[in-house]
Write a protein that binds this ligand. Structure first.
Ligand code: SF4
Length: 295
Protein backbone atom coordinates (compact mmCIF):
# COMPACT_ATOMS: atom_id res chain seq x y z
CA UNK A 1 0.00 0.00 0.00
CA UNK A 2 -0.02 3.10 0.67
CA UNK A 3 -1.28 4.60 2.55
CA UNK A 4 -1.32 6.99 5.24
CA UNK A 5 2.34 6.78 4.31
CA UNK A 6 1.74 8.94 1.38
CA UNK A 7 -1.00 11.15 2.79
CA UNK A 8 -0.42 14.82 2.36
CA UNK A 9 0.37 16.76 5.50
CA UNK A 10 -2.54 18.60 7.00
CA UNK A 11 -5.17 16.05 6.02
CA UNK A 12 -7.90 15.86 8.67
CA UNK A 13 -7.44 12.79 10.81
CA UNK A 14 -9.32 11.67 13.89
CA UNK A 15 -7.70 8.88 15.85
CA UNK A 16 -10.17 6.41 17.25
CA UNK A 17 -7.77 5.07 19.81
CA UNK A 18 -6.98 1.79 18.10
CA UNK A 19 -4.05 -0.04 19.64
CA UNK A 20 -1.34 1.66 17.67
CA UNK A 21 1.83 -0.36 17.66
CA UNK A 22 5.36 0.44 16.68
CA UNK A 23 7.02 2.84 19.06
CA UNK A 24 7.53 5.30 16.23
CA UNK A 25 4.01 6.52 16.74
CA UNK A 26 4.64 7.13 20.38
CA UNK A 27 1.74 4.96 21.45
CA UNK A 28 2.08 1.72 23.34
CA UNK A 29 0.11 -1.40 22.55
CA UNK A 30 -3.19 -1.40 24.35
CA UNK A 31 -3.48 2.30 25.11
CA UNK A 32 -6.79 3.86 24.27
CA UNK A 33 -8.44 0.86 22.68
CA UNK A 34 -11.88 2.38 23.26
CA UNK A 35 -13.37 -0.99 24.06
CA UNK A 36 -11.86 -2.81 21.12
CA UNK A 37 -10.78 -6.29 22.07
CA UNK A 38 -7.55 -7.66 20.70
CA UNK A 39 -6.81 -11.34 20.40
CA UNK A 40 -4.10 -12.91 22.50
CA UNK A 41 -3.48 -16.62 22.65
CA UNK A 42 -0.55 -18.86 23.44
CA UNK A 43 -1.95 -21.59 21.20
CA UNK A 44 0.07 -20.98 18.04
CA UNK A 45 -1.74 -23.52 15.89
CA UNK A 46 -5.13 -22.11 16.91
CA UNK A 47 -3.93 -18.61 16.08
CA UNK A 48 -2.58 -19.74 12.72
CA UNK A 49 -5.87 -21.42 11.86
CA UNK A 50 -7.75 -18.24 12.79
CA UNK A 51 -5.40 -16.13 10.68
CA UNK A 52 -5.76 -18.45 7.69
CA UNK A 53 -9.53 -18.34 8.01
CA UNK A 54 -9.45 -14.54 8.17
CA UNK A 55 -10.97 -14.51 11.67
CA UNK A 56 -7.94 -12.62 12.97
CA UNK A 57 -5.78 -10.05 11.24
CA UNK A 58 -2.56 -8.26 12.07
CA UNK A 59 -3.63 -4.62 12.35
CA UNK A 60 -1.41 -1.55 12.67
CA UNK A 61 -4.02 1.10 13.38
CA UNK A 62 -7.20 2.72 12.21
CA UNK A 63 -8.50 6.22 11.76
CA UNK A 64 -11.63 8.10 10.84
CA UNK A 65 -10.69 10.45 7.99
CA UNK A 66 -12.38 12.92 5.72
CA UNK A 67 -11.38 13.78 2.16
CA UNK A 68 -8.54 11.25 1.98
CA UNK A 69 -8.42 7.51 1.25
CA UNK A 70 -11.50 7.76 -0.95
CA UNK A 71 -14.71 9.82 -1.02
CA UNK A 72 -16.58 11.08 2.04
CA UNK A 73 -15.83 10.24 5.65
CA UNK A 74 -14.07 6.92 5.85
CA UNK A 75 -12.83 4.48 8.37
CA UNK A 76 -9.35 3.53 7.20
CA UNK A 77 -7.90 0.34 8.61
CA UNK A 78 -4.13 -0.08 8.23
CA UNK A 79 -3.03 -3.71 8.12
CA UNK A 80 0.49 -4.79 8.96
CA UNK A 81 2.93 -6.37 6.56
CA UNK A 82 4.20 -5.24 3.16
CA UNK A 83 6.34 -6.95 0.51
CA UNK A 84 7.67 -3.61 -0.77
CA UNK A 85 10.43 -1.54 0.77
CA UNK A 86 9.74 1.94 -0.57
CA UNK A 87 12.61 4.29 0.14
CA UNK A 88 10.13 7.03 1.06
CA UNK A 89 7.80 4.89 3.19
CA UNK A 90 6.33 7.09 5.91
CA UNK A 91 5.21 4.21 8.06
CA UNK A 92 8.03 1.66 7.97
CA UNK A 93 6.57 0.21 11.15
CA UNK A 94 3.85 -1.30 8.95
CA UNK A 95 6.35 -3.28 6.85
CA UNK A 96 6.64 -6.26 9.20
CA UNK A 97 3.45 -8.14 10.00
CA UNK A 98 4.82 -9.17 13.37
CA UNK A 99 4.67 -5.57 14.56
CA UNK A 100 0.91 -5.53 14.21
CA UNK A 101 -1.72 -6.37 16.80
CA UNK A 102 -4.00 -9.36 16.38
CA UNK A 103 -7.57 -8.11 16.05
CA UNK A 104 -10.61 -10.30 15.42
CA UNK A 105 -12.50 -9.41 12.25
CA UNK A 106 -15.75 -9.34 14.20
CA UNK A 107 -14.37 -6.71 16.58
CA UNK A 108 -13.36 -4.52 13.69
CA UNK A 109 -16.67 -4.97 11.92
CA UNK A 110 -18.51 -4.03 15.12
CA UNK A 111 -16.49 -0.82 15.21
CA UNK A 112 -17.15 -0.17 11.54
CA UNK A 113 -20.88 -0.59 12.22
CA UNK A 114 -20.72 2.21 14.79
CA UNK A 115 -19.65 4.65 12.10
CA UNK A 116 -22.04 3.45 9.42
CA UNK A 117 -24.29 6.49 9.87
CA UNK A 118 -21.58 9.09 9.26
CA UNK A 119 -20.14 7.07 6.40
CA UNK A 120 -23.44 6.84 4.62
CA UNK A 121 -24.39 10.46 5.30
CA UNK A 122 -21.17 11.68 3.68
CA UNK A 123 -20.90 9.18 0.83
CA UNK A 124 -17.96 7.60 2.61
CA UNK A 125 -17.16 4.07 3.67
CA UNK A 126 -14.42 1.64 4.62
CA UNK A 127 -10.89 1.81 3.22
CA UNK A 128 -8.57 -1.12 3.83
CA UNK A 129 -4.96 0.03 3.64
CA UNK A 130 -1.56 -0.86 5.01
CA UNK A 131 1.21 -1.81 4.78
CA UNK A 132 -0.13 -3.94 2.00
CA UNK A 133 -3.60 -5.29 2.76
CA UNK A 134 -3.26 -8.14 0.27
CA UNK A 135 -0.64 -9.74 2.52
CA UNK A 136 -3.74 -10.86 4.47
CA UNK A 137 -6.31 -11.75 1.81
CA UNK A 138 -8.54 -13.92 4.03
CA UNK A 139 -8.88 -11.12 6.59
CA UNK A 140 -9.51 -8.57 3.85
CA UNK A 141 -12.20 -10.85 2.45
CA UNK A 142 -13.92 -11.00 5.83
CA UNK A 143 -13.89 -7.22 6.16
CA UNK A 144 -15.13 -6.68 2.62
CA UNK A 145 -17.98 -9.13 3.01
CA UNK A 146 -18.90 -7.72 6.43
CA UNK A 147 -18.88 -4.14 5.23
CA UNK A 148 -20.90 -4.91 2.14
CA UNK A 149 -23.46 -6.79 4.24
CA UNK A 150 -23.94 -3.50 6.14
CA UNK A 151 -24.30 -1.57 2.88
CA UNK A 152 -20.98 0.20 3.37
CA UNK A 153 -18.92 1.42 0.40
CA UNK A 154 -15.55 -0.36 0.24
CA UNK A 155 -12.14 0.75 -1.01
CA UNK A 156 -8.84 -1.05 -1.11
CA UNK A 157 -5.58 0.92 -0.95
CA UNK A 158 -2.85 -1.19 -2.53
CA UNK A 159 0.36 -1.14 -4.55
CA UNK A 160 -1.16 -3.88 -6.70
CA UNK A 161 1.99 -5.96 -6.33
CA UNK A 162 -0.05 -8.78 -4.78
CA UNK A 163 -3.09 -8.23 -6.98
CA UNK A 164 -3.17 -11.92 -7.80
CA UNK A 165 -4.14 -12.53 -4.15
CA UNK A 166 -7.44 -10.80 -4.81
CA UNK A 167 -9.94 -13.20 -6.32
CA UNK A 168 -12.69 -12.08 -8.68
CA UNK A 169 -15.17 -12.98 -5.97
CA UNK A 170 -13.41 -10.60 -3.58
CA UNK A 171 -13.29 -7.92 -6.24
CA UNK A 172 -17.07 -8.18 -6.49
CA UNK A 173 -17.08 -6.70 -2.97
CA UNK A 174 -14.69 -3.83 -3.77
CA UNK A 175 -16.26 -0.55 -4.90
CA UNK A 176 -13.00 1.18 -5.69
CA UNK A 177 -9.25 0.70 -5.59
CA UNK A 178 -6.68 3.30 -4.63
CA UNK A 179 -3.82 2.07 -6.80
CA UNK A 180 -0.32 3.24 -6.01
CA UNK A 181 1.69 3.42 -9.20
CA UNK A 182 5.07 4.27 -7.79
CA UNK A 183 6.91 4.53 -11.08
CA UNK A 184 6.40 3.93 -14.78
CA UNK A 185 9.91 2.75 -15.50
CA UNK A 186 10.69 -0.81 -14.30
CA UNK A 187 14.22 0.08 -13.18
CA UNK A 188 13.04 3.10 -11.22
CA UNK A 189 10.25 1.02 -9.68
CA UNK A 190 12.81 -1.53 -8.55
CA UNK A 191 15.00 1.19 -7.13
CA UNK A 192 12.08 2.78 -5.25
CA UNK A 193 10.37 -0.37 -3.97
CA UNK A 194 12.82 -3.26 -4.30
CA UNK A 195 10.23 -5.14 -6.40
CA UNK A 196 9.00 -5.55 -9.97
CA UNK A 197 6.60 -3.14 -11.67
CA UNK A 198 4.79 -5.66 -13.89
CA UNK A 199 2.32 -7.07 -11.30
CA UNK A 200 0.99 -3.57 -10.58
CA UNK A 201 0.47 -2.84 -14.27
CA UNK A 202 -1.29 -6.16 -14.74
CA UNK A 203 -3.55 -5.58 -11.73
CA UNK A 204 -4.56 -2.14 -12.99
CA UNK A 205 -5.51 -3.60 -16.37
CA UNK A 206 -7.55 -6.28 -14.67
CA UNK A 207 -9.45 -3.67 -12.64
CA UNK A 208 -10.12 -1.57 -15.73
CA UNK A 209 -11.37 -4.61 -17.66
CA UNK A 210 -13.86 -5.24 -14.85
CA UNK A 211 -14.87 -1.60 -14.65
CA UNK A 212 -13.73 -1.23 -11.02
CA UNK A 213 -13.26 2.44 -10.20
CA UNK A 214 -9.60 3.40 -9.67
CA UNK A 215 -7.97 6.38 -8.05
CA UNK A 216 -4.28 6.39 -8.96
CA UNK A 217 -1.70 7.69 -6.52
CA UNK A 218 1.79 8.74 -7.52
CA UNK A 219 4.33 9.90 -4.97
CA UNK A 220 6.54 12.61 -6.38
CA UNK A 221 10.08 12.41 -5.00
CA UNK A 222 12.69 14.82 -6.38
CA UNK A 223 15.64 12.94 -7.80
CA UNK A 224 13.83 9.62 -7.60
CA UNK A 225 10.48 9.60 -9.41
CA UNK A 226 10.34 13.07 -10.96
CA UNK A 227 12.10 12.33 -14.24
CA UNK A 228 9.96 13.58 -17.16
CA UNK A 229 10.15 10.25 -18.95
CA UNK A 230 9.25 8.33 -15.80
CA UNK A 231 6.17 10.48 -15.20
CA UNK A 232 5.23 10.16 -18.89
CA UNK A 233 5.39 6.38 -18.55
CA UNK A 234 3.03 6.47 -15.56
CA UNK A 235 0.67 8.92 -17.25
CA UNK A 236 0.51 7.04 -20.54
CA UNK A 237 -0.21 3.78 -18.70
CA UNK A 238 -2.88 5.35 -16.51
CA UNK A 239 -4.52 6.91 -19.58
CA UNK A 240 -5.14 3.40 -20.91
CA UNK A 241 -7.16 2.44 -17.81
CA UNK A 242 -10.74 3.41 -18.62
CA UNK A 243 -12.00 3.18 -15.03
CA UNK A 244 -9.57 5.72 -13.57
CA UNK A 245 -11.59 8.68 -12.30
CA UNK A 246 -8.85 10.54 -10.46
CA UNK A 247 -5.09 10.87 -10.16
CA UNK A 248 -3.45 12.14 -7.00
CA UNK A 249 0.12 13.42 -7.20
CA UNK A 250 1.40 13.29 -3.64
CA UNK A 251 4.43 15.46 -2.89
CA UNK A 252 7.14 13.70 -0.89
CA UNK A 253 7.71 14.98 2.62
CA UNK A 254 9.93 14.02 5.54
CA UNK A 255 7.27 13.27 8.14
CA UNK A 256 8.25 9.62 8.43
CA UNK A 257 12.00 10.14 8.74
CA UNK A 258 12.35 9.54 12.48
CA UNK A 259 10.52 6.22 12.30
CA UNK A 260 13.30 4.71 10.21
CA UNK A 261 15.87 5.55 12.87
CA UNK A 262 13.58 4.31 15.64
CA UNK A 263 13.36 0.96 13.87
CA UNK A 264 17.11 0.80 13.27
CA UNK A 265 16.60 0.97 9.50
CA UNK A 266 18.74 2.88 7.05
CA UNK A 267 16.91 5.85 5.58
CA UNK A 268 18.30 6.85 2.18
CA UNK A 269 16.33 10.05 1.61
CA UNK A 270 17.80 12.05 4.46
CA UNK A 271 18.85 14.89 2.15
CA UNK A 272 15.87 14.81 -0.22
CA UNK A 273 13.78 17.95 -0.23
CA UNK A 274 10.03 18.11 -0.89
CA UNK A 275 9.22 19.02 -4.50
CA UNK A 276 8.78 22.69 -5.33
CA UNK A 277 5.27 23.90 -6.25
CA UNK A 278 6.56 24.33 -9.82
CA UNK A 279 7.66 20.70 -10.02
CA UNK A 280 4.37 19.47 -8.58
CA UNK A 281 2.49 21.53 -11.15
CA UNK A 282 4.67 20.25 -14.01
CA UNK A 283 3.95 16.65 -13.03
CA UNK A 284 0.22 17.24 -12.52
CA UNK A 285 0.12 18.86 -15.93
CA UNK A 286 1.71 15.76 -17.45
CA UNK A 287 -1.28 13.76 -16.20
CA UNK A 288 -3.83 16.44 -17.10
CA UNK A 289 -2.53 16.60 -20.65
CA UNK A 290 -3.75 13.00 -21.00
CA UNK A 291 -7.24 14.10 -20.04
CA UNK A 292 -6.92 12.73 -16.50
CA UNK A 293 -8.59 14.52 -13.59
CA UNK A 294 -5.59 15.26 -11.42
CA UNK A 295 -5.03 16.71 -7.97
S1 SF4 B 1 6.79 0.04 1.80
FE1 SF4 B 1 4.69 -0.72 1.70
S2 SF4 B 1 3.60 0.52 3.24
FE2 SF4 B 1 5.52 1.59 2.80
S3 SF4 B 1 5.01 3.06 1.14
FE3 SF4 B 1 5.74 1.17 0.18
S4 SF4 B 1 3.89 0.02 -0.28
FE4 SF4 B 1 3.35 1.57 1.26
Amino acid sequence: MTTTDERQPGAPVVSLGMPLVGGALGRAHGHGTSGLETSETDDRSARLAAVRAGDIGSVHSWELVTAVDGPGTRMTVFLSGCPLRCLYCHNPDTMEMRRGTDVPADELLARIARYRGVMQATGGGLTISGGEPLMQPAFVRRLLHGARAMGIHTALDTSGYLGSHLSDEMLDHVDMVLLDVKSGDPDTYKKVTGRELAPTLEFGRRLAARGTEIWVRFVLVPGLTDDVANVEAVASYVATLSSVTRVEVLPFHQMGRDKWADLGLEYQLEDTQPPTPELVERVREQFRSRGLTTF
